[in-house]
Design a protein around this ligand. Structure first.
Ligand code: 5GP
Length: 200
């Protein structure tokens, strides 16, 4: 029996982390997605409970007070948070959780779960990032805010365990899947009683 892994994907907005997570989940049955809560409005096609749990600010603040978040942060002037219960349950079962959260969130999860695996996804270039953001139908001021925030987020990549460049989507997904495979095979994730027969 092995301990479950927490894999955290961070990237500047528009670098493709949502698509990467979707593809990884389709490939791996041993992986579960942590659906975050947010106070931002849904984008076209985003369903409540699938992309996010969309909450009012009052609802979000009530959850903070009740200590229902593993971590939460203010990103682009909106609240985002990871529900604690889901992550704890999956990890207890020895299965893996993937979460797509920002750098502040990644660092606070690592403080609570030091064995979490931090992967930073880079866009192939700043121009590619700009055109992906422009293709979304977000308000202009939100696009400008996201681009401005990207600089700070990119600087945080050095604190991550792995950096993957999303130039070719399938390749990036394959690389992250390999990272997860290798990390879950670490000796430190193995229940020591497993090794006992070999040592007897
Ligand atoms: P978006 O609004 O584009 O979906 O997400 C904006 C940013 O918030 C992204 O960097 C995303 O990874 C981050 N984010 C999403 N969910 C969470 C969360 O639960 N906690 C934190 N700290 N960041 C999150």
């Amino acid at each position: 029996m092995r301990k479950g892994a927490l894999i955290i994907i961070s990237a500047p907005s528009g670098a493709g982390k949502t698509t990467i997570c979707r593809k990884l989940l389709a490939r791996r049955e041993d992986l579960h997605y942590s659906v975050s809560c947010t106070t931002r409005s849904p984008r076209p096609g985003e369903r409540n409970g699938k992309a996010y749990f969309f909450l009012t600010r009052e609802e979000f603040k009530r959850k903070i007070i009740r200590n229902e978040f593993l971590e939460w942060a203010m990103v682009h002037d909106e609240y985002y948070g990871t529900p604690r219960h889901f992550v704890d349950e999956i990890v207890k079962k020895g299965e893996n959780v993937i979460m797509a959260i920002d750098v502040q969130g990644a660092m606070s999860v690592r403080r609570k779960y030091p064995a979490s695996i931090l992967v930073f996804v880079l866009p192939p270039s700043l121009d590619a990032l700009k055109s992906r953001l422009a293709a979304r139908r977000d308000p202009q001021d939100s696009v400008a805010k996201r681009l401005a925030n990207s600089r700070g987020e990119l600087a945080a990549a050095k604190d991550y365990d792995y950096v993957v460049v999303n130039e070719d989507l399938e390749k990036a997904v394959g690389q992250i899947s390999s990272i997860l495979t290798a990390e879950t095979l670490r000796t430190s994730r193995l229940d020591p009683s497993y090794l006992l027969p070999a040592l007897a």
